[in-house]
Design a protein around this ligand. Structure first.
Ligand code: GTP
Ligand code: SPV
Ligand code: MN
Length: 589
């Protein structure tokens, strides 16, 4: 018996499934799993999958989650290091033994009457030295099918693991969906995740946030690389040259849209490499290289349309070998198609809301859940970069840090150097969204968009960022971006989406030494003469508002950052405290 077989056996003894199904990632296998979700498995008495009309969205299925289980639950997510200091103030912590005892109790017999799916998959291209072989156990078809879309799932992973114990372990059960018995526990030292009680997104698709960010960030710290909540894209300029960048934005703040941006300026084209996670390592050439460990998109549905993200609409309609899943969208019952707020065309006459109840537009409620999503293979993306499957990744020339900020933060600003750029990332804030079960629209500090995902003390994480910079002979430039500034009427000033290429154009000009910049407390911002607003219905005065620095707001920003940095005590690097001092001095000028 191999260590893998032994481990699966042990878990089966604890969780007591009726049957065990070893998945191989094949099309045939996936069809069988969908079949089980259409017929046998139930959530709150309803099927796991509903088959949709395949004319417009080929091979697509609707999934309605348990109504209490619609987003990540940060308050129920724990990182179980041997001591609390390692987890830091940014994580919930429980002692490993205590956490395991708790999870063992919740897991005892939790798969009775159900199937245990054994999912073998790689995070990262199998030939990348950073790739990780992983096994997830789960008891729901939705997660099994989702993981096949989101990762490189294959029987060959079992051969690769062979007689070794070298694989990342994921234990997952939906339990009885009771929010009081819902926990997502991480054991970084054992590279183990144990998640019970939720079937939603980052709580249940363990390859994503749990492995590729929380566990990988711990491994990266030890091995000298970074696991980040970032999109990776290539920007092709009118001369045909492609420059690669990454961008960190908090959940539901625009990564997927940025990843497949359709340029509003002629001659520019975006090549997609990833929309959520980047693993960054220092190459032998002293540059920063990025790979996307995932193989699918788990994207926010509301707001996705031919107008905002035509490349995603095309991806959803491409229909290949992989199914496309829609989760908690509404259903147009006449056409049997998914629907969400912001989709093109008129609102359908007859709809069921995300819970499957008849929808009344007069109710004032939304038909699709604000965190409703689609799960679709990257291979279907029309803008997929030819470099996507390059195990080496792509060399990065710029890193962008952004958030949802209706005030204060300019559209774009460049940092003075790497250290100042790390400070820029560390002081990032964003208004909360529906991606997590939190009060929404509240400003919180979210350094590098990693607050919910950094698997260790964030003070040490900042130190690690500074250390990585020291190893880079040719470091990327670092920028702060903000698409979400509003005017006196509360309207977004910046049109966003395809027009964000204008910001990238300025960034490319900076990288290529073709544009000057103005020093401000926010960093180096564009001179209006260098910022292309041609063809936009926007006056120079309005454009200027995008870059306006309000002194009082920046004083508040500095105070808030100070307070936040203080929470990390002695683990907070002095260099970043010094950067904050520098910012305050610039503010006095
Ligand atoms: P996660 O998958 O949760 O990590 O989110 P994400 O960062 O990939 O967010 P996504 O691109 O799905 O965008 C979330 C929401 O922001 C959607 O409703 C978008 O329509 C909206 N959005 C994206 N880009 C822009 C933009 O440039 N301007 C404005 N105003 N809204 C945007
Ligand atoms: C996010 O919340 O940042 C997501 C969705 O990308 S989830 O997979 O649920 O984490
Ligand atoms: Mn995300």
């Amino acid at each position: 018996m191999t260590p893998l077989q032994r481990w699966v056996d042990e878990q089966a003894k604890l969780m007591k499934p009726d049957r065990i199904r070893w998945c191989d990632g094949s099309d045939e296998d996936a069809r069988g799993i969908i079949e089980a979700g259409l017929k046998d498995e139930k959530i709150a008495g309803n099927p796991v999958f509903y088959e949709l009309n395949h004319d417009i969205f080929p091979n697509s299925y609707l999934h309605r989650s348990h109504p209490t289980d619609v987003a990540r639950t940060e308050h129920l997510t724990f990182v179980c290091h041997p001591n609390k200091e390692l987890a830091g103030p940014n994580n919930n912590w429980m002692a490993p033994d205590e956490a395991k005892a708790k999870m063992r109790k919740l897991s005892d017999g939790c798969m009775k009457g159900r199937t245990m799916y054994v999912l073998p998959y790689m995070m990262g291209h199998p030939q990348s030295p950073y790739a990780k072989a992983c096994i997830q156990l789960t008891d729901i078809s939705y997660v099994a099918v989702s993981m096949r879309i989101m990762t490189r799932m294959s029987k060959s992973v079992i051969d690769k693991i062979g007689d070794s114990d070298d694989f990342v372990k994921g234990l997952h059960s939906v339990g009885d969906f009771d929010p009081d018995k819902r926990f997502v526990m991480h054991f970084p030292d054992e590279r183990l995740i144990w998640s019970v009680g939720s079937g939603y997104g980052g709580n249940a698709l363990l390859g994503k946030k749990c492995i590729s960010l929380r566990i990988a960030s711990c491994v990266g710290r030890r091995e000298g690389w970074l696991a980040e909540h970032m999109v990776i894209v290539g920007i092709q300029d009118p001369q045909g040259k492609t420059t690669y960048i990454t961008a960190a934005l908090p959940s539901a703040c625009g990564k997927t849209n940025l990843a497949m941006l359709q340029s509003a300026l002629p001659g520019y084209k975006i090549w997609t490499l990833g929309d959520d996670i980047a693993w960054l390592n220092v190459g032998s050439d002293g540059r920063l290289w990025a790979i996307n460990p995932e193989a699918g998109f788990f994207g926010v549905a509301p707001g996705t349309s031919m107008n905002t993200n035509p490349n995603m609409m095309e991806t959803l309609k491409a229909g290949t070998f992989y199914p496309t899943l829609f989760t908690n969208t509404a259903l147009d019952t006449d056409a049997n198609e998914p629907w969400w707020e912001g989709l093109d065309g008129a609102m359908p006459k007859n709809m069921l809301d995300w819970q499957g109840k008849p929808f009344d537009p007069a109710s004032g409620r939304k038909a699709a859940h604000p965190n409703s999503r689609f799960t679709v293979a990257v291979s279907q993306c029309p803008t997929l970069s030819p470099e996507f499957d390059n195990p080496r990744g792509v060399p990065i020339s710029a890193i962008l840090f952004g958030g949802k900020r209706t005030h204060t933060i300019p559209l774009v600003a460049e940092s003075f150097d790497w250290q100042n750029g790390v400070f820029m990332g560390a002081r990032m804030g964003s208004e909360t969204t529906a991606a997590a079960m939190l009060k929404q629209g509240v400003l919180r500090r979210d350094p590098m968009a990693m607050l919910p995902f950094c698997g260790y003390n964030m003070g040490d994480y900042f130190r690690h960022w500074l250390d990585v910079g020291k190893k880079l002979k040719n470091p990327p430039k670092i920028y702060s971006i903000n698409w979400f500034r509003t005017n006196e009427n509360g309207k977004f000033i910046w049109p966003g989406f395809g027009n964000n290429i204008r910001v990238f154009k300025w960034i490319l000009d900076r990288i290529n030494g073709k544009a000057d910049a103005k020093e401000t407390v926010a960093g180096l911002v564009p001179h209006l003469k260098d910022f292309d607003i041609s063809g936009l219905d926007m006056s120079k005065e309005e454009a200027a508002k995008l870059f306006e620095i309000n002194k009082a707001e920046w004083e508040r920003e500095a105070d808030d950052t100070d307070k936040f940095f203080d929470t990390f005590g002695s683990s907070m690097p002095q260099e970043l405290k010094d950067e904050l001092k520098g910012m305050r001095e610039r503010l006095k000028k």
